[in-house]
Design a protein around this ligand. Structure first.
Ligand code: ADP
Ligand code: MG
Ligand code: ZN
Length: 619
């Protein structure tokens, strides 16, 4: 929560209160005025007349309210008169010449409500505004206290505690990641049975760092540890430590650890720890004091644990490379668990987990979906199934069909289809040749991935796309594979150039990808002859690392020049390979493009059929 919220939000009910107060004033004054209107009706008489009426004995009753006197005659007439509020009626009447005996004899029913009505009629109306003011002040003070107490609690960690077992997450809910689960099982056992470990003198790590790409299930896994161990789980995100106020982060850390110690055994989970745990004394501009203090405090707390405190600190990050080395030192986050992107088997398991509760049609084959989704994270797969379900519901189906899931894969990868996007004939033709170029070259290069689908239906930002899919998950890439991939990237532009003698902006993304790949080959993977087996670490990574940009280039100008030359050489090589293949199979390129213009989408079988048919003719 930010300061702004704290000041402005609580004021909202106050303005409502003012409206209420105003309403109350309006209503009360309305009542008063109608009251006085009613009492204004009776005939107004003098006190002398009252004396006369007493003497004539025609009065039924007299009501006194402060200075107001209402008289009811025996014949039913209402009259009013006034007297001094401080003097009683009998005294007044006697002053007017009535004898006390006469007054007694008159047997008048005098209802003197003077004291009560004096308060009602005189004091209350004058006090009312004061009372209202007091109420308003009271509200204001209360609001301010509210805001104040929030200001005071800024220093407190707002870690959320997950204790209730209703929505308990256990290792069963985490599909795949077998190794990570095994490593964490140790932590679970320690939390459940610390004595067993203490007896043999084993010290368990205080800190466990989960590392993995976004969506690979780090947060999920840490919650599963808490669920398995059945201990309190304090969850806070790294960015929550650092807010507008300087000094808040450190005191929040202190508070969080104090809270945890009180609840031991328990787990503290700091999500996205890179938000506070970046290398100190580094970064682009800005003051990092606050973050550094927070980090220092975390380090202090980690060190300050006594050995018998059963508090385990877990943290997650997708950028372990930017973390301050001090965090990773033994005795701190020394246990590191790497969570990889799921392989095909794990993807299948994750799909199985999330397919629960979603009715699937007979034709659905989750193994096949797993096959088609290399590089998808757990979160992507969950999203995929959800998109599939949405598509099925939109078509009013009772079950999710395979075609929905196939569509969902592309939607997750490239964004939604935009059939309505108007493409003119010329653009359609260019896109068709461009995509046909990618597809054709990837088919004929031995190391490129086979074509799965070609489409010129625009989707997300892309006007068209060629979907190549590896036969199996790949862990290592060879330099020959990179060369072929670069040729495939450049083939779209080459095809445009060959057919239309011109290039378009449509090839921009291809060029970016190809250049990036070529540069990595040279500077990171040692795949160029001239540079040799040297790795410079990419420039981007260094900026991320938080070091100064100026420092990023750790090679001389001369080397930089050689790198540029080598990158260019690789790209030209790819360009030449693409050009050669496109020239050789120009007739097939035309066939594919024509088919695309006609049908907009070509799948793998159809694509291979076109190639087989036309190759026979060429030979
Ligand atoms: P991270 O914290 O690594 O970015 P999360 O733990 O928040 O990722 O994962 C996001 C979602 O993806 C989870 O809520 C879960 O539904 C799903 N998910 C990720 N990995 C798995 C897995 N191995 N098994 C089941 N679901 C997973
Ligand atoms: Mg997370
Ligand atoms: Zn392209």
């Amino acid at each position: 929560m930010t300061l702004l919220e704290c000041v402005f939000l609580p004021m909202k009910p106050l303005s409502k209160n003012i409206i209420f107060a105003l309403l109350a004033v309006l209503i009360i004054s309305a009542i008063f005025s109608s009251y006085s209107l009613r009492s204004a009706k009776p005939e107004e008489i003098t006190l002398a007349k009252v004396v006369e009426e007493v003497e004539n004995d025609i009065i039924e009753s007299i009501k006194i309210e402060g200075s107001e006197i209402s008289i009811k005659l025996k014949d039913g007439t209402d009259q009013t008169t006034r007297k001094e509020a401080s003097v009683s009626l009998s005294e007044t009447l006697i002053d007017y010449g009535l004898s006390p005996e006469q007054l007694r004899q008159a047997n008048i029913d005098i209802k003197d409500r003077s004291t009560r009505s004096y308060i009602m009629g005189v004091i209350l109306p004058s006090l009312l505004p004061l009372l209202l003011l007091m109420v308003i002040f009271w509200f204001m003070i209360r609001q301010m206290q509210g805001a104040n107490s929030k200001a005071m609690s800024f220093g407190m960690s707002n870690a959320r505690e997950f204790k209730d077992s209703k929505q308990k997450i256990t290792f069963k809910d985490v599909a795949g990641s077998k190794e990570s689960k095994e490593e964490l099982q140790e932590i679970v056992e320690f939390l459940k049975n610390p004595k067993k470990f203490a007896d043999v003198g084993a010290k368990l790590p205080k800190g466990v760092l989960l590392m993995g790409r976004p969506g690979t299930g780090k947060t999920l896994l840490s919650r599963a540890v808490a669920g398995e161990a059945e201990v309190p789980f304090f969850h806070i995100s790294g960015s929550e430590f650092v807010e507008m106020f300087v000094g808040v982060g450190a005191s929040r850390v202190r508070d969080l650890f104090a809270k945890a110690k009180r609840n031991a055994p328990c787990i503290i989970f700091i999500d996205e720890i890179d938000a506070v745990g970046r290398q100190r004394g580094a970064g682009l501009g800005g003051s990092h004091d606050e973050r550094e203090q927070t980090l220092n405090q975390i380090l202090v707390e980690l060190d300050g644990f006594e050995t018998d405190t059963n508090v385990i600190v877990m943290a997650a990050t997708n950028r372990p490379d930017v973390l301050d080395p001090a965090l990773l030192r033994p005795g701190r986050f020394d246990r590191r668990v790497l969570i990889d992107l799921p392989d095909i088997k794990e993807r299948n398991e994750i799909l199985d987990v999330h397919a629960k509760g979603k009715p699937m049609a007979e034709d659905v084959n989750l193994r096949n979906i797993a096959q088609k989704t290399p590089g998808f994270s757990g979160a992507d797969l969950k999203n995929l199934l959800n998109e599939g379900a949405i598509l099925a519901a939109r078509e009013n189906q009772k079950e999710i069909k395979m075609k929905d899931l196939d569509e969902a894969i592309e939607k997750v990868m490239l964004g939604p289809e935009r059939r309505s996007k108007v493409i003119n004939e010329e653009e359609k033709k260019i896109t068709a040749y461009h995509e046909a170029g990618h597809a054709l070259v990837s088919h004929f290069l031995p190391n490129a991935d086979p074509v799965h689908k070609i489409s010129i239906v625009s989707r997300g930002r892309a006007l068209g796309y060629t979907w190549n899919m590896p036969e199996r998950d790949r862990l290592l890439s060879s330099s020959a594979k990179f060369d072929d991939d670069i040729a495939v990237f450049l083939a779209g532009r080459e095809a445009e150039l060959m057919i239309f003698k011109d290039t378009t902006t449509g090839a921009q993304n291809d060029l970016v990808q190809a250049s990036k790949m070529a540069r990595k080959m040279v500077t990171e993977y040692g795949m160029s002859e001239k540079i040799g087996p040297l790795s410079f670490n990419g420039k981007d990574d260094l900026v991320f690392l938080g070091r100064d940009i100026a420092e990023a280039k750790n090679y001389s100008e001369k080397t930089a020049q050689i790198i540029d030359e080598e990158v260019k050489k690789i790209l030209s090589r790819g360009e030449a390979a693409a050009k050669e293949l496109l020239g050789k199979y120009k007739n097939i390129l035309k066939k594919i493009a024509d088919q695309l213009i006609k049908e907009e989408i070509i799948d793998r079988d159809e694509f291979e059929k076109i190639i087989l048919e036309n190759i026979r003719i060429t030979n």
